[in-house]
Design a protein around this ligand. Structure first.
Ligand code: 26Q
Length: 822
């Protein structure tokens, strides 16, 4: 009620209305008659922010008062997605805000669509960090996420003439109401230069690192509120700037342009997100980015710890630090430098603190994706850290040599420094040596880690290893993105499932209820109709909402095999061309995803999808039964619109290559059935939903390895499978490319003569499985029943479950409920 509730904290419709108008006036300087939609977006955003701030301040206060271990999540990427809708959901005021705006003659959806999402990540790894921040807050766990405030996030993708073109992501152009710049929280970060050692008057060895550049990191904080709790944690992202004192030298000596140049070099460090996933780039700037955010974060944590009146030796009692892949692994060397060089700890004491602080999550099995830094390049950026890593390695190998009985092969595989024509630093080995826990992100992935890339580490310290299967937040990926399905589910089993996803189990008993089945199908059809509208708006392609929506949305990668999917499209098309009367269950193939700008084959796959689409979509023989859509600029905003409309989820990576996948979980939770290989978390999804509700095909990880060691010959499959041969020939002959027979040559040659990812070996199994999908889809009610059972059994894949496991088994942290006083 307006009278008792403060205009900045009240959650009822009347107070919200008042607050929105108030913010429109005092933040945007507008009155309703002249306000734009963006003005209203900002007014609503500030209204929500006021309510977050109340909880945020209370959370910080509560954390500082007691003695609680705090989770510190270090990640070079956070793929947050738009904040407004999510914050309304988590504050529990979505309906109220909708009503308030409605009474003002406005529509909440329009305002939500105004937000430019912060795309500060490439894909799965960055999105996982965002889901984990949501679950940490929802589980009321004290946590702080540290990362980089990139001025430009992941590039925007456009499609021109079927090719991907990249544009910069200027996400801050209209300001950011969700962050608070904390100018007073900043640290100086050294880069480059040289190191000197000397003995001081007391006979103590001292180290001086004289950098050739100092940059300042400034904290920008974003509140992360939990679902229907007060807990509001901090995401602290660092922006790089020139230090205050900086310009003096150059300015005083009159070298103005040099001063300006140096300032630009400093600002460049947090300028742009590297758009490669799963490949290394070996660039100086990338290493500078990693060190920059890691050093700011560790200095910040040490400050918090010491201000609590604690001793530096007890750092690990205040923080558990999780390394999201090896991107922040230089933290292990930086922690040692801070403890030994800055806080005067003895090496062994510093190492004890360090190895009780860090835990490492691995996200890849592709050996070529493991991070390595050329030693000379590393020394040019971090000369002191190279010395420290060498010392860590010397002591570590001393210990190891005894344990492996001098086995040289094992020693060199465990060494943090790799030898060859050039020496290099292996970041995964640094992470393993300096961490008390190491985990993979799905059961199969963890097993394969133990058997392959981290085999010798597992033999050395099996007790450090565990599995933590990924999860996704049901708040963003169900409640926010699919309100109709959410309402239908809640009408049967209440709302508890939103925080306790296992309760979806209770849906099983409605799987044969005809009325519920009909409602389930109605919701899906409505979501498909809405997506069809977006597709036609964006691409001019008209699609049939009654057709199977067959969806593959994820980064474009050879191992993810979007080209296997397109071979199936061509196969169906050829069936029609060979017999226009052939029975074909109508399908809409939706592809979306970005290719790393330097990844030639991935860009070619995008062109191929669009080329095939161009022919198939307009061929009159097809009679609209097949449509191929490439939905441009896949990001969190678009994903939220696509998942709810999916009938079929394509999870078709080569077995043993996808660490986990998380899109597989989001699609399944939105009622899609999966066609997939036994890869990543697919294995566990299938175990949960039941094999009768999962379309399985393809070689297993073991069979892939055996086939390869027996001498895999893809050409054999080409020669012996007429449908496969026809499809590949059409691609190379230019059937889909206006008779240009050069465009796809590299792609076809790589398939025929190498086929690292077993596309040809899995082709027939895939096509056969797709035929079963089509057959199953003909019985709409049976399909709906499978879809319901599938959702009912997906409860395991909440990021709440993942985070609970990390808290109990790795971090040993407990929840700290936050109360609002006054
Ligand atoms: C490294 C060095 C230089 C530049 C960029 C990179 C880089 C950036 C991003 C390397 C890898 C990534 C991202 C990897 C990633 O997203 N991996 C995915 O992580 C998900 C969450 O665990 C898994 O579900 C996916 O299976 C895995 O592919």
């Amino acid at each position: 009620n307006v009278l008792v509730e403060d205009a900045r904290t009240g959650l009822d419709v009347e107070t919200l209305k008042k607050a929105i108008l108030n913010n429109l006036f005092y933040v945007q300087g507008k009155y309703p008659e002249i306000a734009t939609r963006n003005d209203y977006y900002m007014a609503l955003a500030y209204t929500v922010r006021d309510r977050l701030l109340q909880r945020w301040v209370a959370s910080v206060k509560q954390y500082l008062e007691g003695k609680h271990r705090i989770v510190s999540y270090l990640s070079a990427e956070y793929l947050l997605g738009p904040h407004l809708g999510n914050n309304l959901v988590n504050l529990g005021i979505y309906k109220e805000a909708e009503q308030a705006l409605h009474e003002m003659g406005l529509n909440l959806d329009w305002l939500i669509e105004k937000e430019i999402e912060p795309g500060l990540g490439n894909g799965g790894l960055g999105r996982l960090a965002a889901c984990y921040m949501d679950s940490l807050a929802t589980l009321e766990v004290p946590a702080i996420g540290y990362g980089i405030r990139y001025q430009f996030g992941i590039f925007e993708q456009d499609i021109r003439d079927g090719w991907q073109v990249e544009d910069t992501d200027n996400w801050l152009r209209r300001g950011n109401p969700w962050e608070i710049a904390r100018r007073e929280i900043s640290y100086d970060i050294k880069l480059g230069g040289y190191v000197q050692h000397y003995m001081d008057r007391d006979g103590k060895f001292r180290t001086i690192w004289t950098p050739d550049l100092i940059v300042k990191g400034v904290a920008y904080d974003t509140p992360i509120v939990g679902y229907k709790v007060n807990t509001t944690n901090t995401l602290r992202l660092w922006k790089s700037e020139a230090p205050n004192s900086f310009d003096f030298q150059s300015f005083n000596s009159g070298d103005y342009s040099n001063a300006v140049n140096q300032k630009i070099i400093c600002e460049n460090i947090s300028k742009v997100l590297y758009p490669n996933d799963e490949t290394r780039s070996g660039k100086v700037l990338r290493l500078q980015q990693q060190y920059f955010f890691v050093s700011c974060s560790l200095q910040d944590m040490i400050g918090i710890h010491l201000r609590q009146g604690e001793r530096i030796e007890d750092f690990q009692t205040t923080f558990a630090v999780q390394l999201n892949d090896t991107h922040p692994a230089v933290a292990i060397a930086e922690m040692m430098r801070l403890l030994v060089d800055e806080y005067d700890l003895e090496w062994v004491d510093a190492w004890r603190v360090t190895t009780r602080t860090f835990a490492y999550t691995n996200h890849t099995l592709l050996p070529e994706a493991l991070e390595k830094w050329d030693m000379e390049l590393f020394a040019s950026v971090l000369p002191r850290h190279l010395e420290i890593i060498q010392e860590i390695n010397r002591r570590f190998l001393d210990e190891v040599t005894v344990r492996v009985y001098g086995d040289q092969e094992k020693i060199s595989s465990l060494s943090i420094i790799g030898e060859g024509p050039r020496r290099y630093i292996k970041m995964a080995n640094l992470a393993c040596a300096g961490s008390f826990a190491i985990n993979g992100v799905a059961a199969l992935h963890t097993e394969l880690l133990k058997q392959t890339v981290l085999k010798d580490w597992y033999a050395l310290s099996p007790e450090k290893f565990s599995n933590k299967t990924n999860g996704v937040t049901p708040r963003r990926w169900m409640v926010l993105s699919n309100p109709k399905l959410t309402e239908l589910i809640s009408s049967k089993i209440g709302e508890n499932w939103i925080k306790h996803l296992d309760e979806l189990k209770n849906l099983e008993k409605f799987a044969d209820d005809p009325e519920f089945l009909q409602q389930w199908m109605d919701v899906k059809l409505e979501m498909k109709t809405q997506l069809a509208q977006r597709i036609v708006n964006r691409t001019n392609i008209k699609v049939d909402p009654e057709s199977i929506f067959d969806i593959q949305v994820k980064r474009i990668h050879e191992y993810k095999r979007q080209h296997l999917n397109i071979l199936h499209v061509i196969t169906l098309y050829n069936r029609i061309k060979q017999n226009p009367e052939a029975e074909i269950v109508p399908r809409t193939f939706v592809f979306a995803g970005k290719a790393a700008p330097g990844y030639k084959q991935a860009k070619l796959i995008i062109k191929l999808i669009n080329s095939v689409g161009e022919i198939v979509n307009k061929d009159p023989d097809v009679k609209g039964r097949l449509k191929v859509v490439f939905y441009p600029n896949y990001n969190v905003t678009n994903a939220q619109k696509i998942y709810p409309a999916a009938d079929l989820s394509e999870q078709i990576s080569t077995a043993g290559k996808e660490a986990s996948g998380t899109g597989n979980m989001k699609l399944s939770l939105n009622g899609a059935l999966t066609i997939g290989t036994l890869d990543g978390a697919n294995v566990e999804i299938r175990e949960c939903v039941g094999e009768e509700n999962f379309f399985l095909f393809g070689l297993t990880a073991e069979e892939v390895e055996n086939t390869k060691s027996d001498g895999y010959n893809p050409f054999h499959f080409y020669e012996n499978n007429p449908n496969l041969k026809l499809a590949l020939d059409q691609i190379s002959n230019g059937y889909f490319s206006h008779l240009d027979d050069t465009i796809f040559k590299d792609l076809i040659n790589s398939l025929l003569y190498d086929d690292q990812f077993m596309v040809l070996a899995d082709y027939q199994s895939y096509v056969d499985c797709q035929d079963q999908v089509a057959e199953a889809f003909k019985d709409k009610v049976k399909w709906a029943r499978m879809s319901i059972l599938n959702v009912a059994r997906m409860g395991k894949f909440s990021s709440d479950r993942s985070i609970r496991e990390y808290c109990d088994e790795i971090w040993k942290v407990k929840s700290v409920p936050v109360t609002l006083n006054g």
